[in-house]
Design a protein around this ligand. Structure first.
Ligand code: NAD
Ligand code: ZN
Length: 379
């Protein structure tokens, strides 16, 4: 039975204030408007980007808000104009979209859709600049167009990847952000050659997915850099061959890496969100051919400083959202890579909690424990 045009009352985890535990509330979720889809979220997980916007230390505060952007769900109802999704379809919501009509969507090189590219400050839907969530008539803001910490959410059709209904949503939900981001940063952007050396800064789920991409590309040396030594044991399962903890050295980590690799690595991928690591990741690539890719979400006031000579010496600096994947066109085939056993997702999933204990997932991430924590919405 479709409940199109009806308001749904359900549970959502609301961030009322920066840095305060989320509160499970009963919210009203309005029906989907033009080009929107209402989905039932079954599983969601926590990515560090949610934590930055919840802490709102280095980001603009937008509260009260329903966070969450890494998830898997089922279409409940569709709004006017939606033709390629119907109730029952399995979908992954994505924080950046694909309208399929703009110059970016038509370009093979870009996933920065003009209409639906990531906007972290907007807390409303594009169609009417209003929120679909409320509590007793008071609007609650959206987050990056997804707001998956709710049993039901409304998403623009262009931010939903329709996937194989046989794919287990409690596993493939991690492809909705972190794992696709890291994997794509290496495979689509850094593009290491077989036998090359790759440095990965930050060994969380995103960085280890980037390491997985380096392994798949046939890199012979994968150097993991992290301040948290606990990450090193975990990273061995992802093909990381050597470790550098910047805390163990008195000289800058880019110099340590240059010494280890006879002048620098062929590729580096930064997945920390810290400006110092971004600069080191760039400066540790070899002159002449090295390519560095930035993935971490920086503090809003961060400024990247390096000598222009580092660029003149033929190093390349790039950045990417969502690993340059176009969500609707590319993600269904990344899901198939998991179904064909080319890509392992289980090793990224270190914890699980029922929805009622969602704050535990935040504690784990703040303590730097584990990689991805799956939040089971039905419980
Ligand atoms: P995480 O917290 O699980 O992992 C980050 C790791 O970086 C941690 O192990 C931490 O110890 C390490 N680290 C922090 N500062 C460091 C430094 N200066 N040097 C070396 N290591 C350092 O986070 P995650 O969920 O894997 O996300 C990683 C980053 O990617 C975050 O900044 C997140 O916002 C960003 N992200 C970007 C995109 C995108 O599309 N560009 C998508 C998803 C996530
Ligand atoms: Zn994310």
């Amino acid at each position: 039975m479709s409940s199109t045009n009806q308001v749904i009352r359900c549970k959502a985890a609301v961030a009322w204030e920066a840095g305060k535990p989320l509160v499970i509330e009963e919210v009203e979720v309005a029906p989907p408007e033009k080009m929107e889809v209402r989905i039932k979220i079954l599983f969601t997980s926590l990515c560090h980007t949610d934590v930055y916007f919840w802490e709102a230390k280095g980001q603009n505060p937008v509260f009260p808000r329903i966070l969450g952007h890494e998830a898997g769900g089922v279409v409940e109802s569709v709004g006017e104009g939606v033709t390629d999704l119907q109730p029952g379809d399995h979908v992954l919501p994505v924080f950046t979209g694909e309208c399929k009509e703009c110059a970016h969507c038509k370009s093979e090189e870009s996933n920065m859709c003009d209409l639906l590219r990531i906007n972290t400050d907007r807390g409303v839907m594009i169609h009417d600049q209003k929120s679909r969530f409320s509590i007793n008539g008071k609007p609650i803001f959206h987050f990056v167009g997804t707001s998956t910490f709710s049993e039901y959410t409304v998403v623009h059709v262009g931010c939903l990847a329709k996937i194989n209904p046989l794919a287990p949503l409690d596993k493939v939900c991690v492809l909705s952000c972190g794992i696709s981001t890291g994997l794509g940063a290496t495979l689509n952007v850094a593009k290491p050659k077989k036998g090359s050396s790759v440095a990965i800064f930050g060994l969380g789920a995103v960085g280890l997915a980037a390491a997985e991409g380096a392994r798949i590309s046939g890199a012979s040396r994968i150097i993991g850099v992290d301040l948290n030594a606990n990450r090193f044991e975990l990273a061995k399962k992802f093909g990381v061959t050597e470790f550098v903890n910047p805390k163990d050295h008195t000289k800058p980590v880019q110099e340590v890496i240059a010494e280890m690799t006879n002048g620098g690595v062929d590729r580096s991928v930064e997945c920390t969100g810290h400006i110092d690591a971004m600069i080191s990741a760039f400066e540790c690539v070899h002159d002449g051919w090295g390519v560095a890719v930035l993935v971490g979400v920086p503090h809003k006031d961060a400024v990247f400083k390096t000598s222009p000579l580092n660029l003149l010496n033929e190093r390349t600096l790039k950045g990417t959202f969502f690993g340059n994947y176009k969500p609707r066109s590319d993600i269904p085939s990344v899901v198939e890579k998991y179904m064909n056993k080319e890509l392992e997702l289980e090793k990224f999933i270190t914890h699980e909690v029922p929805f009622s204990e969602i704050n535990k997932a935040f504690d784990l991430m703040l303590k730097g424990e584990g990689l991805r924590c799956i939040i089971r919405m039905g419980e």
